[in-house]
Design a protein around this ligand. Sequence first.
Ligand SMILES: N[C@@H](CCC(=O)N[C@@H](CS)C(=O)NCC(=O)O)C(=O)O
Length: 220
Amino acid sequence: MITLHHVAASRSFRTLWLLEELGLPYEVKTYKITDGSLRDPAFLEISPAGRVPALEMGEQVVFESQAITQVLCEAHPEASLAPDLGDAERVSYLQWLSFAETQASIIASLNLQMVFLRPPAKPSVVVLKLEVARLKATLYPLEQTLASQDWLLKTGFSAADTMLGFNLFAIKHFVHLDDFPHVRAYMERMKERDAFQRAQEKDGAQEFYDREFYAPEDFA
Ligand SMILES: N[C@@H](CCC(=O)N[C@@H](CS)C(=O)NCC(=O)O)C(=O)O
């Protein structure tokens, strides 16, 4: 049996979506970021840094979404969601897998500063502006790639796309996507997938964002 350790609207959505794409049976154990459950000793046995996603597959436990993605794709080659060693798209695939974390690390920083930090603690507007600019910079390579193809790989949908499933739906709280029509169309294509819709139903309600858009100026 597979168990996904999950927080709604977090990076573990990547794994939730991939499990649905693979059509595997699994159960979900849901945590909250703010109630200390990710620091529970029993959870730390599974995910030593107290992060989600973590995946139990029988005796095997895997943490880190990128590793989970790879392990699941290797266990299910019949799904053809990851190019094999030697495949012409293998390098692109590996780059996009890592790229997802480059982007997500900036989202996490903005979440921390604009969403989780509570008064009297106050973020620096200058740092916020820099982080938003850095986040926006990560959208240009996506926009360029998606101008000529529907998915991150030329050959079509792959597990690399599931890695961006969390990112893009969080980014829109910090960067207006008007300048990125191909990224917006890509998000619509994601939403049209049955597996994405099933994952969304199982995701649970997000509990962090209390407004649609966070602008650095709001924190002056
Ligand atoms: N590189 C890790 C990052 C995991 C991560 O930081 N997840 C966040 C949720 S998006 C988390 O568990 N945060 C809890 C915390 O920071 O205490 C991965 O891709 O799995």
